[in-house]
Design a protein around this ligand. Structure first.
Ligand code: IMP
Ligand code: MG
Length: 333
């Protein structure tokens, strides 16, 4: 056994957090490792009846036995992270890689004005300017941030040990394929690549140690910020369909469009998907709410899943049917 990667197949906000937390709870994972950009991500997790919003702590925090690691490619906002560590009680099981870049006040200020705010519509969390400073070789690293000293370690080294002792690990990506700096519609993208290959590099494992790549799609497409969105529907239609969502980090209303099979197909190829996780089926088809057995789905919703499998050639193994962590159809078992 090696690693499983979870990444987003559309524009972010596909529900990766829910899938990653489900897998960590149910698959007895030794470690959940955060890859991706930084605190521009927002994961909403419903655990034991409580809604928790996190931006940096890995979504696997729900399993107290699981080690929580943050890879060197991820940017840290110390204030955000320390608050989350306290909220989810992760003091004794979280390791931040010594080489993570640190977001400082000036990065956030730069991200909240000019081109980044007005043209791109970034999250304003400082990630783009911080990655620019990393490329300029002047960003501060986590090993030099006193406030993080209790958590500093060597994440690639930890992962190497876990993999060589045949433990299962989950690598949690953030954002989505179509806001990748390389594969999205530049310049309306985030500040680095966010595909499965980038996730490997973010945490420091080689591609041959990856067993499964789960690409997560929502049952409809949403996007926040500027940039193209094919077949976009109006705000009025969004509300009528019950697809209204607000950004976890920014509170902005998300734009929306129906499920896009072409985008899904391409995302499966570029990420070398071995499985698809489909979330919010119950929002598209309310009659599926709370179902956890595939055979109980009606014809309309099972045809939708069949079409995704036919178009992409990848099996849909996990299907979200509600906000709760057990509202999921798991076809792997
Ligand atoms: P940045 O990542 O904050 O630089 O923002 C660049 C673009 O990516 C903007 O359109 C953001 O709305 C979008 N974006 C960044 N992170 C996320 C995310 O976690 N979910 C959805 N959109 C995101
Ligand atoms: Mg999100």
């Amino acid at each position: 056994m090696g690693a499983t990667i979870v990444v987003g197949g559309f524009f972010g906000d596909e529900g990766k957090g829910k899938i990653a937390s489900y897998l960590t709870l149910n698959d007895g994972l030794a470690a959940c490792v955060r890859a991706g950009v930084g605190p521009n991500a927002g994961h909403t997790i419903m655990h034991l009846g409580k809604t928790i919003k996190i931006r940096l702590v890995p979504s696997g925090f729900v399993n107290k036995e699981t080690k929580l690691l943050i890879g060197p490619g991820v940017l840290i906002d110390s204030e955000v992270l320390l608050k989350e560590i306290k909220e989810v009680q992760a003091y004794d099981r979280l390791i931040i890689d010594q080489k993570c870049g640190i977001i400082e006040k000036e990065h956030i200020e730069t991200d909240k004005k000019g081109n980044l705010k007005n043209k791109i519509g970034t999250t304003g969390t400082g990630t783009g300017p911080a990655n620019a400073d990393r490329a300029l070789r002047k960003i501060k690293l986590a090993k030099d941030a006193n406030e993080l000293s209790a958590f500093i370690g060597d994440v690639p080294d930890e992962l190497g040990k876990l993999i060589s002792s045949n433990q299962n690990i989950l690598i949690e990506g953030t954002q989505g394929m179509y806001i990748s700096l390389y594969h999205g519609e530049y310049p309306y993208v985030t500040s680095k690549d966010v595909t499965a290959s980038a996730a490997c590099s973010d945490v420091g494992i080689g591609p041959k140690n990856v067993d499964e790549v789960i690409v997560v799609f929502k049952s409809y497409v949403t996007r926040v910020g500027a940039g193209p969105l094919e077949n976009e529907i109006s705000e009025e239609e969004i509300n009528k369909k019950g697809w209204s969502e607000f950004g976890t980090v920014t509170g902005r209303q998300r734009r929306a469009a129906p499920f896009n099979f072409e985008l899904a197909k391409k995302a499966c190829i570029i990420n070398s998907a071995t499985q698809i996780a489909l979330t919010k089926l119950d929002i598209l088809y309310p009659q599926t709410a709370g179902i956890s057995d595939f055979s109980k789905l009606d014809n309309q919703s099972s045809q939708f899943i069949k079409k995704i499998e036919e178009e992409t050639g990848v099996p849909v193994t996990l299907i979200g049917t509600g906000a709760n962590e057990n509202h999921i159809i798991d076809r792997r078992r």
